[in-house]
Design a protein around this ligand. Sequence first.
Ligand code: ADP
Ligand code: MG
Length: 221
Amino acid sequence: MEPVIETQNICKSYSLGSESIPVLKDINLTVARGEFISLMGPSGSGKTTLMNIIGLLDKSSDGTYSLNGRDVTDLSEDDHAMIRNREIGFVFQSFNLLPRSNVLKNVELPLLYSGIESSPQRARDLLERVGMSDRLHHLPQELSGGQRQRVAIARALVNDPSIVLADEPTGNLDSRTGEEIMEIFAELNSQGKTIIMVTHEEEIARHAKRTVRLKDGSIIA
Ligand code: ADP
Ligand code: MG
């Protein structure tokens, strides 16, 4: 199976004064199209840093990264932004919805940035798919956490990305709501999306088909 994500010896360090603090050390990760991976590890082990590099929100300090068969390591920030908008959907622990925009507007917004031609119906269809079609004109503050995360998932899908990256998507949800969100991820995966999800809950990680464990910036399993 063709890899969608391939990192070779990815390293990341932050400088603190004159010191360089390594956060990721020689990360070699290959993810095939259609995989569903959970990324686990203690707090501070580098999970978010790795997700940000995979999602082209951040650059590695060393190593190479190929996305959909193309070496993207040294592309410009603009190129990264373009690839990110088209290929990657993000879901965050804190939902990151725009508070003053209604549900429909939140989901439509990424279409503006991507320049992808899309029918006006697309955002509505996705909101229907996540069970939110009766809340199109509500503001985020008028929704429960689980409902907000459903909207955030619809937003992540609006540009039809090949990859969905979710950083602790159930971290702010009770366990039953978390399970409902995981059912949506499982369904997306069965429809062909490649998913990488950070979690520290074993119960949640069970929904993935493979678990990658990070510790102190290294993959240990
Ligand atoms: P995790 O998501 O696994 O909890 P992170 O990737 O957020 O871990 O962070 C890994 C380590 O990198 C932590 O020690 C954190 O303090 C450090 N770190 C993250 N971002 C920065 C930054 N912008 N500047 C300096 N250190 C950072
Ligand atoms: Mg994190």
